[in-house]
Design a protein around this ligand. Structure first.
Ligand SMILES: [Zn+2]
Length: 703
């Protein structure tokens, strides 16, 4: 069952590669895994009781030997990329990734403390403390080996007819957070009426990160497929099958997944919400996949009476039905055994964890070493009990002053967008009126939710690691399904408070900035406004303009999928966005792979629009001040360097190849340089001359 992943990438995040996915495909969060030596240098691998400080404009992270008019990314980030090699346990390393790790080390201290206490803890503290302790108890987990998986595997072995599949799958969906069990099922806002929560039946069933992995003909993809087959075979052997049997099972699984993959929409097709909106009643669903017993499935997951579904990809369900018809009962069991083992591998003994790591992190993303256990356990508590852990984080790190000042910055950027919309020459009055209404309806969520999630229904037992995971997953699955037919909770968040990221949700029409992203070096109350507006201001502007990008603009002020643009204004928007699509299509990601700029369009447009708005808001915020040079830079230069330094990063080539297929964001270098070439304000700030690489003759501009 899907937990927080959304159908239409409804969460438009600022960064998608901050933490790498350790776990199987189609799952956004991270999972823990096993026995490993610490990979960070000695002394560094300790919990911390306060967060380290780095200023939001960090001169040593620059490379002043570089010419800002030739390569502004190198000029702003050259010192950072040189001084911050990718740690062995990471697929990439960035300012965001480093801050996320600082937060994790801080959370580690909190959890370590709570895990040792037996009295004086609140019920919530008991849960996160005992969850963490059970996760950290490696000897106990090792002793159990594959035993915790046995009940699930036995259940799969025992089912007798294809008709029984529905009840079995429902139970497996409720206890495994993976998209790999044939399909995804959950709930979400109705695209046509955002106040209603309806059931969503989505595509799924794959073990590789995207459908394209199964279909791309070139050598690198073929090589990954071969290694994937070898990985499945090894996992089946770990379950006790002989090498020969396991090898043929891997082929069977690959054939089913390939057929399912081919029926799925590409990521670019999924950017258009209309492609993902097919509302139907139970009969409609049954007609798409008549060989699956939907009544039993829906009864077993606890929504027997539900009769409205959005089937995001009907073609997928037709193919699913063909697979159920054409494969033997034994082949379907083989497929399910593999996916259940893969989903649970991170919670089992070291040999499972290692095999899972070797393929998903090492082979796919180039990660050299397993992250230390503490890190995997902190990430898991954040994923399963995020708002319980988040309260502890917020209480210690997020002041009311920061909340107030970042909210004020947000309001200034919204004002800048209002001024911008009013004076746009390419948008007519009809569309403008609706755009302003949408802008005025945007809800600002800063730091943490007003009301914390109630976890009291989850039982967390000391020493029961996998059981705790299962009960947490089931809690979340039921929580999602229980929303169906109830009033929408507009206060809910899609990210936990310590997360170093931000998002816009077009159906909620809200922008969300967790406490984790509103701290140095991203937001720095000790420094002047210039780098803060460049950095955090740029992020706020980015999320805000997502409401008006190729995807977000299709939703109205209420979050309903409704075209409120005149056809002339639509065409004008598309023309301007196409300028950016054409620009980014020229940039190389890795090897000879260029950016798929139809996939990154929304993010690239948001990056530019966001920085333009942040610049205007900063000028307005400081209009009564006499701004001074600092550290040898003019205020305008500080604004742009402050912006660029959020994006400093190092990437492994393997990870870049995954990004080229799956990541809607461009690499950091282009998220900086791709904007500078379009901004005359930048040219002026650094006195760049026409014809230099950071100055473009025909500039793109949407907002
Ligand atoms: Zn974004």
């Amino acid at each position: 069952m899907k937990t927080c992943a959304r159908s239409l990438a409804a969460l438009l995040v600022l960064m998608s590669a901050v933490v790498f996915a350790q776990a199987p495909a189609q799952k956004p969060a991270t999972s823990p895994a096993p026995a490993a030596k610490s990979s960070v240098s000695p002394g560094e691998d300790k919990p911390v009781s306060s967060l380290p400080y780095t200023p939001s404009l960090d001169v040593p992270s620059m490379d002043k030997t570089a010419d800002p008019c030739v390569d502004f990314y190198q000029y702003s980030c050259g010192g950072w990329t040189k001084n911050n090699p990718i740690p062995a346990d990471q697929a990439s390393w960035s300012v965001y990734g480093k801050l996320a790790q600082d937060n994790q080390r801080f959370l580690w201290g909190i959890l370590d403390d709570l895990s040792k206490k037996t009295s004086g803890r609140t019920p919530t503290q008991q849960k996160i403390g005992d969850f963490f302790a059970a996760c950290m108890d490696e000897p106990a987990i090792e002793k159990l080996g594959a035993a915790p998986l046995k009940p699930q595997q036995d259940e799969i072995a025992a089912f007798k007819t294809k008709k029984d599949l529905a009840a079995l799958l429902a139970r497996q969906h409720l206890s495994n957070s993976t998209g790999g069990l044939l399909f995804n099922f959950g709930s979400d806002q109705d695209f046509a009426d955002s106040s209603q929560i309806i059931a969503f039946a989505e595509a799924g069933g794959l073990g590789l990160p995207d459908r394209d992995y199964y279909t791309k003909p070139e050598a690198k993809s073929a090589e990954i497929r071969q290694k994937y087959l070898a990985h499945i075979q090894k996992m089946m052997q770990l379950l006790g099958d002989s090498p020969d049997v396991a090898k043929s099972e891997a082929q069977t699984i690959m054939e089913i997944e390939t057929a399912l993959a081919k029926s799925q929409l590409t990521r670019v097709q999924q950017r258009d919400p209309h492609n993902l909106f097919h509302k139907m009643d139970r009969k409609g669903l049954q007609d798409l996949a008549p060989d699956f017993d939907w009544n039993t499935y829906l009864t077993t997951v606890g929504i027997a009476d539900v009769n409205t579904f959005n089937v995001t990809q009907p073609e997928f369900y037709k193919e699913l039905n063909r697979q159920l018809q054409n494969n033997s009962l034994d082949d379907i069991k083989v497929y399910l055994r593999w996916h259940v083992a893969s989903a649970n591998a991170p919670y089992l003994s070291a040999k499972f964890v290692q095999e899972n790591f070797d393929f998903y992190s090492h082979t796919l993303r180039g990660v050299q070493q397993q992250p230390p256990r503490w890190k995997r356990c902190v990430r898991l508590v954040d994923r399963e009990l995020g708002e319980a852990l988040g309260q502890e984080f917020v209480n210690r790190t997020f002041t009311t002053t920061t909340k107030k000042s970042t909210l004020e910055m947000t309001q200034r950027i919204e004002q800048a967008m209002e001024d911008d919309l009013k004076q746009l020459t390419w948008m007519g009055p009809e569309t403008k009126k609706q755009a302003l209404e949408k802008l005025h309806s945007v809800v600002n969520k800063i730091g943490y939710p007003d009301k914390w999630r109630d976890y009291s229904a989850i039982e967390i037992r000391p020493g029961d690691f996998l059981g705790n995971v299962k009960r947490s997953v089931a809690f979340e699955a039921h929580r999602q399904l229980n929303k169906i037919g109830k009033p929408l909770d507009r206060g809910e968040w899609g990210m936990t408070p310590p997360t170093v990221n931000a998002y816009y949700n077009p159906q909620m029409n809200d922008i969300n900035f967790p406490a984790g992203v509103l701290q140095p070096p991203l937001y720095d109350a000790k420094l002047d406004d210039a780098p803060n507006y460049g950095n955090t201001g740029g992020t706020i502007g980015h999320e805000l303009t997502h409401g008006f990008d190729d995807e977000g603009r299709q939703f109205d002020a209420k979050g309903n999928l409704r075209d409120w643009w005149t056809s002339e204004d639509s065409a004008q928007f598309e023309k301007r966005a196409q300028c950016i699509v054409d620009q980014y299509a020229q940039y190389v990601i890795v090897d000879d792979i260029k950016i798929n700029s139809k996939l990154t369009e929304g993010e690239d447009v948001a990056d530019l629009g966001g920085l333009v708005l942040a610049y205007v808001a900063w000028k307005q915020a400081t209009s009564n001040q006499k701004l001074e040079n600092r550290e040898g830079f003019t205020p305008d230069q500080r604004f742009f360097v402050g912006y660029a330094q959020w994006a400093c990063e190092n990437q492994r080539p393997e990870n870049l190849r995954v990004s080229a297929i799956t990541n809607p964001h461009s690499p950091g270098k282009y998220r900086v340089n791709g904007l500078m070439v379009n901004m005359p304000e930048f040219q002026k700030a650094f006195s760049c001359k026409a014809g230099q690489p950071m100055v473009r003759e025909n500039r793109c501009r949407v907002w």
